[in-house]
Design a protein around this ligand. Structure first.
Ligand SMILES: [Zn+2]
Length: 371
């Protein structure tokens, strides 16, 4: 008799998840089976489930019915053939990035640029991603299969609910690393109170960030963000005027070295353009948000002022391990997160809850091990 497990699966685009007993997935070489304790219900999940095939038909979903769930954490239940250095019972975060290990980018060690790169339990970036998506379902099930290369060992002081935030946090971390963020650099984050943007404030002590300017709309939420690091973070509501005017006032007309765009889908393109105008000569914009479509940029100004625009998607398991080590060392404090936890049986309610979040502070978790 095959062992079974409870899983949430979507059978048709935009339908609710169905709770089903399905066989526990079999373990292949190089893989581990993880008992899932927490999955992050990230703000974009509802878009993926309902809108993705319309908005981004070039970015495929897994073959339906499929188990979604992007950011899982749990403990290793079984170890596949050839896996070295991991043990049953290890507490882990599973980085959902999947790659083929065989294409040109993979062979160069440039894993996120794999030509088949996929987010397990979410979507892929090319037609060949589907094979990886179908081999590696997401975390909205009692157990999941993960390649050993995706694992991040959790220190004792990092709980599963906080660990399941590692994906969005890692997106900010990887972007800040790519542009050399650190002491002495001035940083502007558009969308600082959101799930992505808040990461810059949480990561500030570990990265030695000394000046972070942040914008959003909600003034009450902005104050809560600024209170986390009052000597580092300055905030501005978009209701009080354009971002570039505020930045030029704050910096004596110079502008910022780094502009991180963490705006959500549907944000006004003008806010991005203001961020570009807020860049100092030689500055870099890194886009990790979800702005869509074509937005005009003054290319002559870009050349004259030697500005750079960079796109950055996600982070590697190695970068997540660095963040786990920072938590272990006490320089990355995730205690400001407010966990909202539901059992797997309430997965549809959890996805609907997203609209009621307290900005990026709310950490929506489905826990397949909770009753
Ligand atoms: Zn590859």
């Amino acid at each position: 008799m095959t062992d079974t497990m409870l899983a949430a699966r979507m059978h048709h685009v935009a339908e609710e998840m169905r709770l089903e007993q399905i066989p526990v997935p079999s373990l292949g070489p190089g893989e581990v089976r993880v008992r899932v304790h927490a999955v992050n219900i990230v703000p974009n999940l509802a878009n993926i489930l309902r809108m993705w095939t319309t908005w981004f038909p070039q970015d495929p979903l897994p073959t339906l019915p499929a188990i979604f769930g992007l950011d899982p954490a749990g403990e290793i239940e079984a170890i596949g053939e050839g896996v070295l250095g991991w043990n049953v019972g290890d507490r882990v975060y599973v980085n959902p990035g999947r790659y083929c290990l065989a294409c040109r980018a993979c062979r160069q060690g440039d894993l996120i640029n794999c030509s088949s790169y996929a987010f397990a339990g979410y979507f892929g970036f090319s037609p060949t991603s589907v094979e990886l998506l179908d081999r590696y379902p997401g975390g909205l099930a009692e157990q999941m299969i993960a390649p050993a290369y995706s694992l991040v060992l959790l220190p004792d002081n990092l709980d599963y609910y906080s660990a399941a935030r590692m994906g969005y946090l890692g997106t900010m971390y990887s972007a800040l690393k790519k542009v050399g963020a650190g002491p002495g650099k001035t940083i502007l984050v558009n969308g600082i109170s959101g799930t992505l943007g808040l990461g810059a404030v949480l990561l500030a002590p570990a990265l030695g960030l000394t000046t972070v300017y942040g914008t959003a709309r909600d003034k009450k939420l902005l104050k809560t963000v600024a209170d986390l690091a009052p000597n580092v973070v300055q905030v501005h509501s978009l209701l009080d005027g354009p971002v570039d005017e505020w930045i030029h006032q704050q910096t004596g007309g110079r502008g910022v070295d780094i502009y991180v765009d963490a705006l959500g889908p549907g944000a006004a393109p003008e806010t991005f353009q203001q961020g570009m105008r807020a860049l100092a000569r030689g500055g870099t914009c890194v886009n990790i948000g979800a702005l869509m479509g074509d937005i005009p940029v003054d290319l002559h100004n870009l050349m004259d002022q030697q500005k750079t625009i960079l796109g950055s998607a996600w982070s590697t398991a190695a970068e997540c391990q660095e963040m786990a080590d920072m938590v272990a060392a006490g320089v990355l404090d995730l205690s400001p997160l407010e966990h909202s936890v539901r059992p797997l049986t309430e997965v549809n309610e959890a996805i609907s809850d997203i609209s009621s979040r307290n900005g990026g502070f709310t950490n929506f978790i489905v826990s397949p091990s909770a009753r």
